[in-house]
Design a binder for this molecule. Structure first.
Ligand SMILES: *Cc1c(COP(=O)(O)O)cnc(C)c1O
Length: 408
């Protein structure tokens, strides 16, 4: 029997150039982003310039986490206490958490079988809620038809902020994910596409939004030490009107991240090789449905999802257990109790309960696994085969018990 033994949470080590630069920063003692020597540009400010260039955005702010980036992006956008914010029902808890933190009320939008926002439901909820902003989560890297989404939001005058925690490096029709709305938020937490333990970015072309975000992030009156930002004169009013919600990035994290930007695109290709290897095995397995992608979508397959649509929801825990016994760690979005990183909208009790029958049905069939780059392509083939064998066994068991039930 085939088994797998590597860890699903083991990332690659940090590149040597990043380790060397981190040591240099440690030796300097200047870890705080505004602690610079005469004439020096801080590591954090350099990172912001480089990320803005990578992303193709005018401005960038590095901050404490992806969740924090979303929180202050909403505030910098001008969200007021009690305002509604449209977002996907299928996302991770930091998204409704950031909306809550900014004083907003999440309005959850149904998910399609392809794990993107349902645009018909979105239009209905825009009309019902009169929300002025959507925080769109490209959850697990699935990108909705951005042409249709943007047209719909434009038609109803709803602003877009993108949560690109899983789409750093991805694009739609040749345009980087994150460049479709007023602002985008990214995470550099260990399980995302670049790794500083914790961290986040906001990118935008909007001068006022970035200036407010910089003040919110805790820049004291040192905003002139931001180089991926508008000129200091622009902050005259903004600096006095916007509270400090301290959540800066530090130079140590920035030093760890800068060399990783150089290998990001290459890593995205490596993820996709691995993703497509697992996907091709699962796609050929009876009872499993892989997620369809748009032709215009260039995704980053740092995790993979599939729907179990044949063996019955009651059987899914058995599939998860069988795979786990053979070393393959699958997360199921159907458990009633949130476990690890897997959670459902009904476990976010601080959000007004909402009826989402379509998403509930899809999540009850949805399985998820991480693809760290420490897995080889061969590892991924083996993982696919183990899942496929386990699903086939259950499928056959189901068929024979159905036959027995019919015969008796
Ligand atoms: C991880 C994640 C975030 C936020 O990231 P943190 O840096 O952990 O705060 C936001 N959205 C999604 C979908 C995520 O998975």
């Amino acid at each position: 029997m085939k088994t797998f033994s590597k860890s699903f949470t083991q990332q690659e080590s940090i590149p040597q150039a990043a380790i060397d630069q981190a040591v240099t920063i440690l030796k300097s003692g200047r870890l705080h982003r505004y602690n610079v020597a005469e004439g020096e540009t801080s590591e954090t400010s350099l990172l912001e310039q480089e990320y803005a260039a990578y992303q193709g955005a005018k401005y960038c702010l590095a901050c404490a986490s992806g969740g924090y980036a979303m929180h202050i992006a909403l505030r910098a956008f001008g969200l007021q206490q009690g305002d509604k914010v449209l977002t996907n029902a299928f996302t991770l808890s930091p998204v409704p958490g950031a909306i809550h933190n900014a004083g907003g009320k999440p309005v959850l939008v149904e998910t399609t079988e392809d794990l993107v926002a349902d645009l018909t439901d979105l239009e209905r909820k825009i009309k019902q809620s009169s929300a002025r902003v959507m925080l769109l989560s490209h959850m697990r890297g699935h990108i909705v038809d951005m042409d249709a989404l943007c047209a719909l939001l434009d038609k109803h005058n709803v602003a877009l902020i993108e949560d690109c925690a899983h789409t750093m490096g991805a694009s739609w029709n040749g345009h980087k994910s994150g460049n479709f709305g007023v602002a985008a938020c990214f995470s550099t937490q260990t399980y995302k596409h670049i790794n500083s333990g914790e961290g986040g970015f906001i990118t935008t072309d909007d001068k006022e939004l970035i200036a407010r975000a910089i003040i919110h992030s805790g820049s004291y009156m040192l905003y002139d030490r931001h180089d991926a930002a508008p000129g200091a004169e622009f902050f005259d009013q903004i600096r006095l009107e916007n509270p400090n919600y301290s959540g800066r990035m530090d130079n140590l994290r920035a030093a760890i991240l800068r060399p990783q930007l150089n290998v990001l695109d290459d890593n995205c290709r490596r993820w996709n090789e691995r993703y497509q290897t697992i996907e091709s095995v699962l796609a050929a397995t009876t009872g499993l449905r892989v997620i369809q992608r748009y032709e215009k979508e260039y995704y980053v397959g740092s995790s993979i999802q599939f729907l179990v649509n044949d063996i019955g929801n009651a059987e899914i825990p058995a599939l998860v257990n069988k795979c786990l016994e053979r070393g393959v760690e699958i997360k199921w979005f159907g458990t009633t109790q949130p476990t690890g990183y897997t959670s459902r909208h009904d476990s976010w009790r601080y959000v007004e309960p909402q009826s989402l029958p379509v998403s509930d049905r899809i999540l009850s069939m949805l399985c998820d696994l991480r693809i760290p780059l420490t897995f080889t392509v061969e590892d991924c083939r083996l993982i696919g085969e183990i899942i496929s064998e386990c699903a086939t066994e259950l499928h056959e068991l189901g068929d024979s018990s159905a036959a027995i039930a019919q015969a008796s």
